[in-house]
Each structure stands twice: as C-alpha cells, then as structure tokens.
Design a protein around this ligand. Structure first.
Ligand code: ADP
Length: 184
C-alpha cells in the first residue's frame, strides 16, 4: 500500500488520508503535520519552515525532501504509507521516485482528489488553522495551481493517476477512494 493523495489545499487529503491509513493499517505521512510539529518543537527545520508556511508558500524542496526521506525510513513505513501533501513540486516528485527506487518500493497509485474551488474556500475558511487567513489561502491555491498541478500530468504519463470526485459526503468519498485503490 504505497499511495499518494494529490489535491488542492482543502480537498480533504488529511481527513480521508487518516481513514485510509487506519483501513489499510499503514501510517499516514503528512508533510504539513510534520512541518507543524517541527515549528512547535522550535527545531532548526521548524525555524526555517515557519515563514513560508505562514505566507502559504512552499517550504524549500531540500528541507521537505530530507524530512520525508527520514520519515519513510522509519520502521512503521516499511509496509506502506499514505502520503498527504507530498510531493508538491516536480523536484519533490522526482526525489520521491528516486527514494522509492533505492528502497525497491515503487508507488502503487496516485489519487487526484478533485474538488471545485468554491467548496475549497468554504472548507478552509471554516477550518481556521493559523495559516488559514484569507491571504494565505489565496496564496496556497495559487501555489497549488502553479507548482503542484503539473504533477497530475507527471503521474498520468506514468500510468499512476486515478481521479476521484472528492465533493460531498465524507463516507461516500471514502468509499470512492477505496474503490479507486482496489480497482488499480
Ligand atoms: P494545506 O493542504 O491546507 O495547504 P498542509 O498541512 O498540507 O495544508 O500544508 C501547510 C503548509 O505547509 C503549506 O502551505 C506549505 O507552506 C507547507 N508544506 C506542506 N507540505 C509541503 C511540501 N510538500 N513542500 C513544501 N511545503 C509544504
């Protein structure tokens, strides 16, 4: 079970990823969660990441790739994982391919969670996390369109992409995700 959840901020990767992780008995690895932990702990990595996060910009590829590399090497990730929020740029997708190559664990599937922008803005405004100010949200959506959306084509070309309609009822979306994973 080696799955990437790809989708805009607010597309429900966190909520659905947690359900999928418990369904399949593998860890959910969310780059945003790991970065927030680093910020809270005051580590050097956290100090480097904070300004970019507050502004809704991407944290540098090197920082995030190093952090994910460490996490994927931990024992609980050896049987698989659900990746949420990583990769988010072409450089990160290439680094992930290389990393999984080294570990002889190719990706199984990339799920593209599709939600329309109107629903996203409503969901994020309701969530109220520290970086959910209107300006940071707008910036995260722009950064997604610019840096992360090219990954749709990247994974399509590798035959790994499955689009899933991620609008509507949480349980119905979960069912669609499991169907998409098992049909692959
Ligand atoms: P959301 O999906 O709502 O944007 P996340 O928790 O995934 O929330 O990310 C929060 C912030 O953490 C991002 O705006 C960005 O600054 C940083 N971040 C998370 N994942 C990555 C990543 N893979 N590369 C660079 N920055 C990241």
């Amino acid at each position: 079970m080696k799955i990437v959840l790809l989708g805009a901020p607010g597309s429900g990767k966190g909520t659905q990823g947690a359900e999928l992780a418990s369904h399949y008995g593998v860890p959910k690895i969310a780059s945003g969660d790991l970065l927030r932990e680093a910020v809270a702990s005051g580590s050097e990595l956290g100090q480097k990441a904070k300004a970019a996060m507050d502004a809704g910009e991407l944290v540098s590829d090197d920082t995030v790739i190093g952090m994910i590399r460490e996490r994927l090497n931990e024992p609980d990730a050896q049987n698989g994982f659900i990746l949420d929020g990583f990769p988010r740029s072409l450089a990160q997708a290439e680094a992930l391919d290389q990393l999984l190559d080294e570990l002889s664990r190719p990706l199984q599937r990339v799920i593209h969670m599709q939600v329309d922008n109107e629903e996203i803005v409503g969901r994020l405004a309701a969530r109220g996390r520290a970086d959910d100010t209107e300006e940071a949200i707008r910036n995260r959506l722009a950064v997604f369109a610019e840096q992360t959306e090219p990954l749709v084509t990247y994974y399509e070309q590798r035959g790994l992409l499955t689009p899933v309609n991620a609008t509507g009822d949480i349980d119905a979306i979960q069912t669609r995700l499991i169907e998409a994973i098992e049909a692959a």
